[in-house]
Design a protein around this ligand. Structure first.
Ligand code: PLP
Ligand code: COI
Length: 362
């Protein structure tokens, strides 16, 4: 696959504060764009990053036919921390497949998975100087697809744009691996059974903003959503899946209800934990079970998993009047071990025994 590349004549590189990268604040010099029209995708091309122009009647502005992905590219390092000249994108096939799964639910055309992966690799190669050089930092890739037709009738578009932008990033949360405070939401919902919860639809994030903002005003980093039917079972966090270590068992909500995003970090962490000999279960978890486990001292650790955050220990969970401080508000042993293990895989040319990494020479 060969993509036409139009190089930027200027660079955005010098405007980046590399000592304070944060998350999703800076963007690289180029982006990838492919267009869908008359029932087919065109070849796609890499062009300078910059504004796009749209008609006010763009259907996505009105009816949110939009979904996205999030994944990371890394500069591989040897055991001494020296950069080897190879890059890795972590499990891009899974993200490409999930984009098509989201797209199907949103009545969008699918995009060939190999095409998506080649587009990501070529874009990373083109903007390789934007891949950060420190462990813990990466080049975040944000593929997304939007309806690009102009009309007001509520219907699926017949035209689409698939784009990938990239952003050099550090930790998702300002304080890195420091435990965060999470509010268990008992009034608002993000997704319900039969809805879009299992997809990475932009609309899910719009639905989460109100509860998230209210929680942040009260000093919480994020919201833990409960099921939208009974407000009884744990679903997931705003941008992460959730896991609990209770009495030596790692437990995470099952995906069966269809309201939770099937996280690729979730899937990877469950497999790594099983390999470590830890008992793992995917099942429905009542919030009351967490409260009880906390009261009896059996709730050992709680953490979120996601591409942006990787592993994010939860130091406090608040549900109504119940404030549960977990593991003394410290990073748990298992959280740290899982974090180190997944980072070793992502940054190394050789540590990946599972074939998860898409390695390529820069
Ligand atoms: N749940 C939600 C709502 C998310 O936005 C994310 C982030 O992508 C996740 C879970 C974790 O998914 P993944 O591990 O594939 O990044
Ligand atoms: C990710 O982890 O990739 C996410 O998409 C989370 C958030 C930035 C939406």
């Amino acid at each position: 696959m060969q993509f036409n590349i139009t190089k930027n004549t200027d660079t955005r590189y010098n405007a980046i504060d590399w000592n304070n990268l944060r998350f999703g604040v800076y963007f690289s010099d180029h982006f990838f764009i492919a267009k869908y029209k008359d029932g087919r995708w065109n070849n796609g091309e890499i062009v300078p990053y910059g504004p796009l122009s749209f008609e006010p009647a763009l259907c996505t502005f009105h009816y949110a036919q939009s979904c996205f992905e999030g994944l990371k590219a890394f500069n591989c390092m040897d055991a001494s921390g020296n950069i080897t000249g190879n890059a890795n994108i972590f499990r891009p096939r899974k993200n490409a497949e999930r984009l098509n799964m989201s797209g199907e639910r949103l009545c969008m055309p699918s995009i060939d998975v190999d095409f998506q992966i080649e587009a990501m690799k070529e874009l990373v190669r083109t903007d390789q100087k934007f891949i950060p050089k420190q462990r813990g930092q990466s080049l975040y890739l944000r593929p997304f697809i939007i309806g690009s037709g102009n009309f007001l009738g509520v219907q699926a578009s017949s035209e689409y744009l698939y784009m990938i932008i990239t952003s050099p990033v550090a930790s998702y949360y300002a304080n890195g691996l420091e435990p965060i405070k999470i509010l268990v939401e008992d009034k608002y919902v993000r997704a319900v059974r039969g809805g879009l919860g299992f997809t990475k639809a932009a609309a899910n994030y719009a639905a989460s903003l109100y509860g998230g903002t209210k929680a942040r005003e009260r000093g919480f980093s994020q919201v833990l959503w409960l099921d939208g039917v009974e407000f009884k079972y744990v679903d997931e966090v705003g941008a992460m899946n959730i896991m609990f270590l209770i009495d030596g068992e790692l437990i995470t909500p099952t995906l069966e209800q269809g309201s939770i995003l099937p996280g690729i970090t979730r899937m990877s962490i469950l497999e790594i934990a099983k390999d470590m000999g830890i008992k793992v279960s995917e099942r429905r978890i009542e919030i009351q079970e967490i409260i009880d486990a906390h009261k009896t001292g059996k709730l050992q650790e709680c953490f979120g998993t996601g591409t942006a955050a990787i592993i994010s220990p939860v130091g406090q969970l608040t549900y109504k009047t119940e404030n549960m401080v977990i593991n003394d508000n410290k990073i748990g042993q298992l959280s740290q071990k899982l974090y180190d293990t997944i980072l070793d895989i992502q940054y190394s040319d050789t540590a990946d025994k599972k074939g998860w990494n898409e390695h390529f020479k820069l």
